[in-house]
Every structure is written in structure tokens, then in C-alpha cells.
Design a binder for this molecule. Sequence first.
Ligand code: ADP
Ligand code: MG
Length: 234
Amino acid sequence: MIEIRGLVSRYGGVVAVDGVSLTVGDGEFLVLVGPNGSGKTTLVRHCNALLEPDEGSVLVDGRNVAENPVAARTSVGMVFQHPRDQFVAATVGADVAFGPENLGLDRGEIDRRVDSALDAVNLDGREDATISSLSGGEQARVAIAGALAMEPDHLVLDEPLAGLDQAARESIVDRLAALHADRTSVVVVTHDLRDLHRLADRVVGMVDGSVAFDVDSPDGLDALDDVGVRDPRC
Ligand code: ADP
Ligand code: MG
């Protein structure tokens, strides 16, 4: 479970998250929407101790993230909005293997996870490709594969489908559905609910650093207009 309690997060004088409390239950699929600058990225980066709260706290499986950043990063997989921030190796296979290697898994298990994660993002057989030679959309898929290969209990993806073609989006959405069926908690930040509204247990909308609505999908989708997100049923 991820518990965000009274979280306030500032950049200098800018209040990016303004007192958010939000709980993501085990196995829940939550979609986080809202206009640009509403604080979505800032909020989710706290789940991984990438930022420190100015007020409030974040607990993952009962442990305070700020006090246990390594534990939080093991149980919460994170796919960043800008995948370039995330790469640690020169080639696709080495990059995706890096996380599982750090978990101390044996080679067979690492290879199985790398194969499975690359398959999920339609990049099977591309282990030896150099990341810098890939398109932006391919790099985004490598970043997703890296998080999938960790097989975390909770997975947070910040705008994972932006800029991807339909085939890649479908493949990733299918994998997220499978993870959801396996009771991984999934949080997806998105502008585009088209692919995701059928999967979501909940849709949370942020405006100006606060939660504007928190609804069971798809019943509460009428609130989408309020945050400038197109209703995917139209
Ligand atoms: P979103 O992901 O919803 O677009 P962000 O969390 O990126 O929102 O941004 C929330 C607010 O914080 C915005 O006003 C943005 O300009 C500001 N902000 C985000 N990142 C930084 C940063 N590194 N330095 C200063 N201000 C930032
Ligand atoms: Mg963002």
C-alpha cells in the first residue's frame, strides 16, 4: 500500500503539491490526470524518495519513504516522464538487466526477466541495440521495460504512453492489465485516458497541487471536463 499523508512539496516559492492525502491499495489500478503543472510528477516522485516532503509523509507498505529510500525504490518501480533520466547502461539489454542484477538474482532469472520485459514493450530481440541509436518512442519503451524487469509490488508510470504508436500503446496497456490481474498496484499519470479508462479502478484528478476529484472509474468521468481531460467515452 502507498499512503500519501498531508503532502506539501515546494520548489523554492512554488507550491507544487499543496496538502495531498491519497492511498493506493494493494492491487489497485489508479489513473492520475490533470493539466500541465498541476503537480502530478512532483507527487509521484515522492513515492520513490526522489524528493523530500516539506510537510506530511509518504509510506510504502507501512515504511516512511524518506527514512527508507532503498526499500521504497525496491518495492515501487518508477518510469519517469523523461526516459533519458533513467538510463544507466549503453545497450538495451544491459540497461534492462541493471535493476535485476542489483537485486542479486541469478543469471537465468535475470535473462528471463529481461526477455519478458522487452517482449511486453515490443522490443524483443533488441538487447544489443545502443540506447542512443533508438527513437524517442523506443527509448520510452526501454525505460518501461527496465521498471517491469524489477517486478515491483507497486509500479508508477509518469506519462508512459506519450508519443508511442498504437501498437506500442496496446502492448504496454496489455502488460499493465496483466500486472493488475496479478495484483501489482499500478499508478499511471496520463493526459490520455483513451487506453486506460477501462482498466482503472480509480481516477484521481489534480488541479493546482490539490486533489480535485477521486472517483471510481468509469462512473465519475463526468468530472474530467473540470481538469481539461477529454472524456474517453466520447
Ligand atoms: P505536472 O506533472 O502535473 O505537469 P509538475 O509536478 O511537473 O506538474 O509541476 C508542478 C509545479 O511545480 C509547476 O508549477 C512546475 O512549474 C513546478 N516545477 C516542477 N518541477 C520543478 C523544478 N524542478 N523546479 C522548479 N519548479 C518546478
Ligand atoms: Mg508531469
